[in-house]
Each structure stands twice: as C-alpha cells, then as structure tokens.
Design a binder for this molecule. Structure first.
Ligand SMILES: Cc1ncc(C[n+]2csc(CCOP(=O)(O)OP(=O)(O)O)c2C)c(N)n1
Ligand SMILES: [Mg+2]
Length: 785
C-alpha cells in the first residue's frame, strides 16, 4: 500500500484522497510551526529588555485551515494575497514549508532582522504581496489592486493570455468594523470590481472580547447589496453528519440560536461544558441523547467545534466552487485559538501558551524534542511524500513573485506654462495637460485619480484629453445632449483617470495599488492623486500604509493653507508640511513658482521609479503670483530639487536673511525690497522643500559632511538674523536656526484659519510683509545679543 502511494507521489499527480491526506498533515504542521515560532520568541530566546515579545497564537490557530487550503491548494502564481496581520506566524510557517522562508528568520520572529510581526513587503521581501498591520487597510487594498489589474489588462499593458489573478484578503472579522472597508466596498461596486475574494475568519472575537451578535446579521446582506456572492461556511462535516441524525435539526437550531459569547465560552470549557448545556436544553429529544451518549468529552468538543472554517474539505469545496470572476465573500466560522488550550476564551487575543501547556501540546502533536523546526516531524505521512507534494505545488515552483518592470522614460524637461501671474495649482494642471497632449510613452503610463475633486484640483486638462477609466464604455450625456461644459466626462477602458467618491482613504489605497503595479503585475504605472491639502489627515493612515509598503506615486495636495482664504478654517491646512517631512517614504515640496514646479514634476516622475526612490508630495496653492520669467539654468534646477536657493544672494557676511516657502513669496519679496535700504546685502532664500533640506542637514551632520542648508547659510555672518516664513506651522522651518546658529524668528500659522481675503488673513496670522519686517527687526536685535 505504502509503495503504491509513493509511486503516485513520484509522478507528482496526487489523487484526491492523497491530496487531502497531505493537506491535513500540512494543516497540522502549519498550526504547530506558527505556535512554536511564537513560543520560541517569547520563552526560549534571551530577553534583554524585559518586554513581552508577543505574537498571536490564538489568531493564528483560527486561520490555519483556511490558509493551508489557500496556499497549498487553491492559489495560483498570479493570485495576490493580503493576510490578516495577526496571522503572520501562519504565513511565515507556510512560506517555510514552501521553501521560501528560512529557519533562521522563523527563529528570529519579531526580532531584529527576523520574520516580521505583521507581513511586510519591505522587511519580509518578495514573499509578501501586500503588507498588513493596520486592520482594514490590507482588505481594502485587494479591492484597489483588482481595479489596477483590470486597468492594465483592459489596456493590454500586461499579457492577457493567462487568466487574471484573484486578489484575496484573509480578514479578521473585527476588521469589518473599520470604516475604510465600507468605503472601499461602495467604490468597488461603482467600478464593477472583479476577481476579488475576501475570506473572513469569523471567530466572533476581536481584541477585547466577543463581538456583537447583531453585527454579522447584517454583513452578508451588505455584501450582497454590493453585488458580491456570499458563501457562508458555518458547519463542518462532523456537525453536518450529526444534524442528519434523528433530532439532529434540534442541535442545529440550538447552535444557530447560541449567542456568540456562550458559544465561545463553551468552546473554551470543552466537552463537559457542552454536555451540561445540551443536556439541560435538549435532553427531551432522544436523538440528542443518543448523540451525547455516542461522544465522550473529547469527541463532543471535536464535534461542537467542527465549524466550517476548520473543516479542510468544506473549505476546499467552497473555494473550488467559485469559478467565475464575481467578487466573493467567504464567511468562514472559526474558533479563535482552535486546537489550543485557550480556544474560545475571550481574553485569548494576546494569550500565550505557558511552558506546561506547550509541552503538552508538543506531545499531542507528536513532535519530539529537538525536531521542533523540522518540516515534517510528528506527521503520520512519510516526509518524502509530503516534500514531493509541496514541490509539485504551483506556488513552490513559480518564479519570483515580484515582477521587475522596466522604467518609463521621462523627457529631459517639462515646459513651464507661460504667464506672468500663475498659481502652482494652475501650473500643475497645465503641465499635466501638456503631457496629456504629447505622444510620449510617459503619457501612456500616467494614471490620475481623485476623490471627487478632479476639476477643483485642476486635473481637468488631463481628463479632457485622456478620458475617465471604466470597465465599460459610458457616454458623456451632457456632451451628447449638446449642453456646454468645459469638462468632458466620457468613460471607457482607455481612460486614464480614475474618479473616486469622496473618500480619502480610498484615494490612498488606490495610489498604493497603482503605485505597486510594477512589482504586482509587471508593468509600471505612474499614479498621480489629487486632493485638498487638509484632507490628507482624513486618509493619513492609508497614506502611511501606502508608503510603508513602498508604493510609488505622486500626491498633489491643493489648495493649501490659509491662502485658500475665503474657503475658511475648515479647509485651511496648517500642519501638513510637518506630516510631509515626518512621513517615511514620502518626499515633500512646496514650490512657489511654475518653473520650479515643472522642474520638480519632472524630477518626481523619475524619483518614483528609482529603486531607492520615494513617493512625492506637492503642496500647491490657488494664489496667482507674479512669475520670475527666468531661464532655467542647470544649477538652479539642481538647487530647486535640493530644496533651496538664494533668490537674492546675500552679500558676503550679511547681517540678515529672509527664508520663505510657497505662496507667501510676494510678501517675502516685498519685505526684502524694503529691507534692502536698511540692511544692505540682506539675502532672500527661496525654499522649495523644507523636507529635503532638513533630511540633508540631518544626514550630513551624522556623516560629518556639509549640508545644503549649511552651505547656503554660510554666506551670512555667523549668528546673523534669520526670519523664516510660510503658510504652514512655523516648526516646519524653525529648525533652520540650528543649522548655523542664526538668531531666528520663525513665522507661520499655528491656529485654525477662518474666512477672509489674503491681505486680512496674512495680517491676522502674521505672515504678511509687515509681520516679516517686524520679525526681521526682532531677529536683528536677537543677533546683537
Ligand atoms: C487600525 C488598527 N486599530 C487597532 C489595532 C489593534 N488590534 C490588533 S488586532 C485587533 C482585533 C482584531 O480582531 P480580528 O480582526 O477579529 O482578528 P482575530 O480575531 O482573528 O485576531 C485590534 C483592535 C490594529 N492592529 N489596527
Ligand atoms: Mg476575530
């Protein structure tokens, strides 16, 4: 018998029964390895700081069957997965079994350089499709990745012979409390999203407790309303068999009516607890009495916890039954901590097995001491058979998961829009409009997106030329009816703008997905997203999430600051430049002039394609200001990109300089003109990126080099007066005082704005010409001390 089976393995054509046997063995191993990995990290590694290392044994156990089924049977190389953050140990165990993860990194789970607590594209590398950690975002990300895949396929920017990948989220049930999920669902419905699976690990527990019974009563209806198929995996085969026995329906009804918290508590108590309750409630039914008599406590516990999500064959059948591309939500009933001593306990989220519990679990798993990391120890199938099974899997043999996508050429310069008075926002629209009108390869790969502020952020010229993306052709009704409008609004698969509803979280997830098109699907896209600057806050966690996984995009935030004047305090941003500076993975700029923006946009389109590059954030304004009308010399270009240049070079050893950034340029220029008489040689420093300047200064300081800021300020007398000004929080630039020990007076906005015109508001918030002059006088006094 054994020989015959080994013969089968030799051909790598496992029969159905053999396949199930192998999968069951691997399911067991996945549970063991994930549990052991956490145990090792918490109890066996030296602990130098007294901190609990943690890990999530209960969350992992909950999803072991579902992930075994997916990774070892269902997934194809083109599928992409976002794994529930707390299932990271299961994920790493699976990668280890597939030969894609090392034992050293498992032994160093949650340690520096080891497998990450939550799957991370940048730290775990190419085994991870989507990073997760902030609950809800990974789930939403799969939806936008699916739109990105459709975008590429419908334009034939990727090969379309192979079927599309399925974008799959393994979600914790409490992730569905996050609003971003529902924002994404609505958007997905509008975009007729396809090839999307959300597998919900419905263990009815979150971090603190057991979740409300009422919640999931509504969840399936909501998915169905959005056009999804809902597949509920409630009971496993053992329970189904019991329901088929005489009076079995009584048992089903009892479980169906059982409140989440009681069910969880009984799962924790085990056979005795179930018996006591079933006896009390259902003893009048002879069939139920027979079931109780047929099961000892251990068997009764096995029966009563045999939920759909822990029954391998039930799970496999459900996954394989889906053959079309309709988005599908699997609600898989599970028990948090399934198979572990704290199964079902409401406090088990952060629970760890103690040494005794682990020893007993190890015995029950048949893992001999010293073989804890062995791939197949303790399994009742021969190692060769299991390793042959694993080697034959599509995921084991496939090439790299991340594609190496060629770069898109960026022209040597982008022309500066003409005009004596321009705002940076208008310049942005015109620069992009010019690209849209060109037949450069670049224009084919830019994709824009905006949460219902396309027109008001000046994406209009781009959209007029490049159209709006939709899976289907949709006519521009206003145009067809000959109603005059400046904005075309026809949609088609050829369109290159994705119009989103007003949900900034969706914007950033969309940018994250499109910004990973290269590694995920093999063709680079250059996404540009626009929104009003203050609403970055609304989506900040999703922005952080996008940057965390090194997605590359350009963010254009406009309008910004109190310069937005009549719009008032609710729309006037204050702290965003600090966000821009503090956000890892994002380089921020706030140019004042159109030629600076043209230079920077060109640079940004290159930067987001560099291996060690970052995403780029432009903070722009609607304020039209007089343009310098200068030739763009290479040196100036370099300085604009580095973050600052002298608009008026100070005299050698000058006593004073004004450093401005962004839309307050006219006030800074006026103040500088007035000061010229009293303080000859005073300098005027144009800052295009407080972020780049600061970073360069910090890095140079650490490396003992001279930073750009130091070099610039070295023109001034040591300790000379310095005024900084911008329509943002003064801390954005106040650090400049530390660069060369200048006597600094930083101006800026640190209160909520309000309605007004620019003169009134600049005066009220002390960033007008008079405020700059006052500050200069104070700085000069300070410099004398
Ligand atoms: C945005 C965010 N808020 C809070 C947390 C902290 N947190 C970690 S897990 C968790 C509960 C997760 O419950 P569920 O999604 O049901 O997962 P499972 O039961 O499978 O562990 C919470 C609140 C987080 N990771 N992300
Ligand atoms: Mg849960």
């Amino acid at each position: 018998m054994l020989q015959a089976l080994e013969g089968e393995v030799g051909t790598k054509q496992a029969g159905p029964q053999d396949r199930i046997a192998c999968l069951s063995a691997l399911e067991r191993k996945v549970l063991w390895l994930s549990t052991w990995m956490i145990h090792n990290a918490n109890h066996l590694r030296p602990n130098r700081d007294g901190l609990k290392v943690g890990g999530h044994q209960a969350s992992s156990a909950s999803v072991a069957t579902l992930m075994t089924a997916l990774y070892f049977d269902v997934l194809r190389p083109q599928d992409r997965v976002a794994v529930k953050p707390h299932a990271s140990p299961v994920f790493h165990a699976i990668q280890y079994l597939l030969g894609h993860q090392t034992r050293e990194r498992l032994e160093r789970f949650r340690a520096f350089g080891g497998a990450q607590s939550y799957p991370s594209r940048t730290k775990d590398g190419e085994i991870v499709d989507f990073s997760t950690g902030s609950v809800g975002l990974g789930v939403g990300m799969t939806l936008f990745a699916s739109i990105a895949q459709d975008y590429l396929r419908l334009k034939h920017l990727v090969p379309t012979e192979d079927p599309p990948g399925r974008m799959i989220a393994l979600a914790g049930d409490a992730e569905l409390d996050e609003g971003n999920i529902f924002e994404a669902l609505l958007e997905g419905w509008k975009h007729d999203v396809r090839n999307l699976w959300w597998v919900i690990d419905y263990n009815r527990q979150s971090l603190d407790a057991v979740v409300s019974d009422r919640l999931f009563g509504r969840i399936d209806a909501m998915f169905e309303m959005m056009g999804w198929r809902v597949v509920t995996l409630k009971y496993g085969r053992l329970l189904e068999a019991a329901f088929a026995r005489p009076d079995g329906h009584q048992l089903r009804e009892w479980i169906d009516a059982c409140p989440n918290s009681l069910y969880s508590a009984l799962a924790y108590k085990g056979g005795e607890g179930w018996r006591e309750h079933l006896h009390r409630d259902l003893n009048r039914y002879p069939g139920i009495r027979a079931i109780l008599d047929d099961h000892d406590d251990a068997a009764l516990q096995r029966l009563m916890t045999n939920l759909g999500g822990h029954d391998l064959e039930t799970v496999l059948d459900a996954f394989h039954a889906v053959e079309d591309d309709r988005p599908t939500c699997f609600i898989a009933y599970t028990i948090k901590g399934y198979g572990l001593p704290f199964a079902g306990h409401k406090d088990n989220h952060a629970g760890l097995m103690n040494l005794e519990q682990m020893a007993s679990f190890q015995r029950s798993m048949g893992v001999a001491e010293g073989t804890e990391w062995d791939l197949f120890a303790g399994l009742d199938l021969p190692a060769e058979r299991l390793s042959a099974f694993l080697e034959g899997l599509p995921l084991a043999g496939s090439g790299p998961r991340w594609h190496d996508a060629p770069r898109v050429a960026v022209p040597p310069n982008l022309s500066t829009p003409r005009g004596t008075r321009l705002s940076t926002q208008e310049a942005f629209g015109r620069i992009l409009g010019d690209i849209a009108a060109s037949d450069a390869a670049l224009a084919e790969r830019i994709v824009t997106t905006s949460p219902d502020v396309t027109v008001s952020t000046n994406l209009g010229p781009w959209v007029n030329r490049r159209g709006i993306f939709d899976r289907a052709e949709r006519a521009d009704t206003f145009r067809e009816e000959k109603v005059v409008s400046a904005q075309r609004w026809a949609m088609s698969p050829q369109g290159q703008h994705i119009e989103l509803g007003i949900a900034e979280s969706n914007l950033f997830l969309q940018l994250a997905a499109f910004g990973l098109a290269g590694p995920l699907f093999g063709t680079r896209l250059l996404p540009i997203g626009t929104l009003y600057d203050p609403f970055i806050k609304r989506g900040h966690d999703a922005l952080n999430y996008a940057c965390y996984q090194d997605a590359r995009f350009i963010l254009v935030a406009t309008p910004s600051g109190v310069t937005l004047a009549p719009e008032g305090g609710a729309h006037q941003s204050v702290g965003e430049p600090l966000t821009g500076a503090a956000q890892p993975g994002l380089t921020s700029f706030e140019p004042a002039y159109a030629d600076e923006l043209a230079t920077l946009m060109r640079w940004a389109l290159e930067e987001i394609q560099q291996e060690t590059g970052e995403s780029v954030y432009f903070r722009l304004s609607t304020r039209p200001i007089a343009q310098p009308g200068r030739p763009m010399a290479a040196k100036l270009e370099e300085a604009i990109i580095a973050g600052a240049y002298w608009l008026h070079e100070p005299g050698e050893g000058a006593e004073l300089a004004i450093a401005y950034c962004g839309a307050v340029a006219p006030e800074a220029l006026a103040a500088h003109r007035e000061l010229a008489e009293d303080v000859p040689g005073a300098g005027l420093l144009a800052i295009t990126s407080p972020d780049r300047l600061h970073r360069d200064w910090r890095v140079a300081r650490t490396g003992g080099e001279i930073s750009v800021a130091e070099r610039l300020l070295a023109r001034l007398r040591p300790g000379a007066a310095l005024v900084t000004v911008g329509d943002f929080h003064p801390a954005t630039l106040s650090w400049l005082g530390a660069v060369a020990g200048n006597a600094i007076v930083p101006l800026g906005v640190d209160r909520f704005g309000q309605s007004g015109d620019i003169p009134d508001l600049y005066q009220a918030y002390h960033i007008d010409t008079d405020a700059i002059l006052d500050a200069a006088a104070r700085a000069c006094l300070l410099a004398l001390r």
